[in-house]
Write a protein that binds this ligand. Structure first.
Ligand code: R2B
Ligand code: URA
Length: 308
């Protein structure tokens, strides 16, 4: 596979650093990234994060610490010496830095994820990081594929079956396209070909606003549709090229796209939603499966570091 990591979009400066279109930022005396407990007056962001190439995000603090340790081992770097959680003061999320990699938790769902994502984009902007790549590592429910498979997302689909991210802004519903970087996903698939333990698919991913009814489940505390309705919905998703459902994909795709950062999503599937709703696989097995997207992204990062 060839290296495709140096693509550009028009939103970046010639040196690859981000050029954000929000003119209000230049009028601020200082900018506080509140949920990361960082700001650009008291922290030397270029010195701290100017060398970051990969911002890897995932739901839980635990998983993102594990990913940081895994990357340290892979790159032969010391494990985050004092287990430094760079955002500890925020008491919200966790952020670890290993060489050119930031490993950051984002919680569950679009509002939590987009809050951290937008602050991380600003950190990369102030740090003048060159061509930073954003990747979400996640878990999901699969559609007609074996649990324990990896899906690299080509687009995010909204709960209303559009390839968009919808947000009410100033009282009006706005929509942005939710496609991910094609070449980066090809690179991830190429990395995945190093592993035989799991299958990897490139497909659409639905970003639902809820785990239960929002994903057509029958097992929530509230349910007002039939099993036939659920199956018709899941079949419709599958016919639109969707192979997995999680809770962030369309927003992650849209915000990174609008900000001009290259991005991809690699999720493991924990259940085949065409077979059931509950995740009954033992925790030990789930923990093993959650390593699969880490291995895929880890291989991509190692390849980049070795070629540099
Ligand atoms: C996948 O798993 C979480 C819900 O269990 C959510 O963050 C997601 O996208
Ligand atoms: N995460 C989700 O959002 N849905 C699933 O079915 C599994 C994990």
């Amino acid at each position: 596979c060839s290296s495709l990591l140096n693509g550009r979009t028009s939103k970046r400066n010639p040196d690859g650093s981000l050029s954000l279109p929000n003119e209000n930022l230049s009028k601020l005396k200082g900018d506080v990234m509140y949920h990361l407990a960082l700001d650009n007056l008291n922290f030397d962001l270029p010195a701290l994060y100017g060398d970051v190439k990969f911002v890897v995000m995932g739901g839980t603090k635990y998983r993102m610490r594990e990913f940081a340790c895994y990357v340290a081992e892979l790159l032969g770097l010391p494990k985050d010496p004092k287990s430094v959680n760079h955002t500890k003061a925020s008491q919200r999320f966790a952020m670890y830095k290993i060489g050119p990699v930031l490993s950051v938790s984002h919680g569950i769902g679009i509002p939590s994820m987009t809050t951290v994502l937008q602050e991380l984009i600003k950190v990369m902007f102030y740090a003048k990081a060159k061509d930073p790549i954003f990747i979400r590592l996640g878990t999901s429910g699969g559609l007609g594929i074996p649990p324990g498979s990896v899906v690299v997302s080509s687009f995010g689909l909204s709960g209303t079956l559009e390839k968009t991210y919808e947000l009410p802004v100033l009282g009006v519903i706005r929509k942005w396209p939710s496609y991910l970087d094609k070449r980066l996903s090809e690179e991830l698939v190429c990395s995945a070909s190093n592993f035989d333990e799991f299958k990897t698919y490139v497909a659409g991913t639905m970003g639902a606003d809820d785990f239960y009814r929002g994903q057509g489940r029958l097992d929530g505390p509230l349910c007002d549709y039939s099993e036939a309705d659920k199956m018709a919905y899941l079949d419709k998703l599958a016919s639109l090229g969707v192979k997995n459902i999680e809770m962030e994909a369309n927003a992650f795709a849209a915000i990174t796209g609008e900000a001009g950062v290259r991005a991809s999503i690699a999720c493991v599937t924990l259940v085949d939603r065409l077979q059931g709703d509950q995740i009954t696989t033992p925790k030990t097995v789930l923990k093993e499966w959650q390593k699969y997207p880490m291995q895929v992204v880890g291989a991509l990062i190692k390849n980049y570091v070795e070629r540099k």
